[in-house]
Design a protein around this ligand. Sequence first.
Ligand code: HQG
Length: 182
Amino acid sequence: MNEKIAKSVSKFLSLVLRHSPETIGLKLDKNGWADVDELIEKCHQFGKEFDFELLEEVVETNDKKRFTFNEDLTKIRANQGHSIDVELNLKEYEPNDFLYHGTVEKFIDLIKEKGLQKMSRQYVHLSKDKETAVKVGSRRGKPIILKVEAKKMFENGFKFYLSENNVWLIDEVPAEYIDFEV
Ligand code: HQG
């Protein structure tokens, strides 16, 4: 499959399945699932054309495994990253000692003051390795990596969730648990 097409479809799916299904007149159920036939049809009407085969390939080959089908492949949803209110029924997990967050300099003062906040998304996103955090931060410029004392937070009662595609999700990270000197 053409990588450029796959990326473009993935980006468009992120938009409609995480943030703005109404862009194409699509409705997600309360768990964030879209009907696959309806999705294909409404994307088509919007001028984004792909068939089921291509959708399947996008889901399978996506670099971050951003999307999942239900068992009989009639529904699809984003694994994480939503700004709209969906119930993903995420499982709670105990994290490693440390998790990482990639950001950029301009946010540091505010993060020192208020901790990591979910901003427009449903959760703060953390990763288990620095390399992923570097990639996340690099989307905005020169990355700054923050080290989060995850185990300590967990022991103090904070809930950690892990998405289908292994992104660690949490409601917030107070500044006292963040090492800014990584
Ligand atoms: C920052 C992509 C000011 C935070 C990525 C981040 C990820 C604060 C930005 C996923 C703050 C929010 C999520 C505070 C946090 N004051 N700024 N108190 N607390 N911030 O995009 O983590 O490719 O919502 O550091 O790879 O950058 O879309 O979060 O810079 O996994 O699948 O506010 O999105 O994945 O930005 O990225 P975002 P994120 P996909």
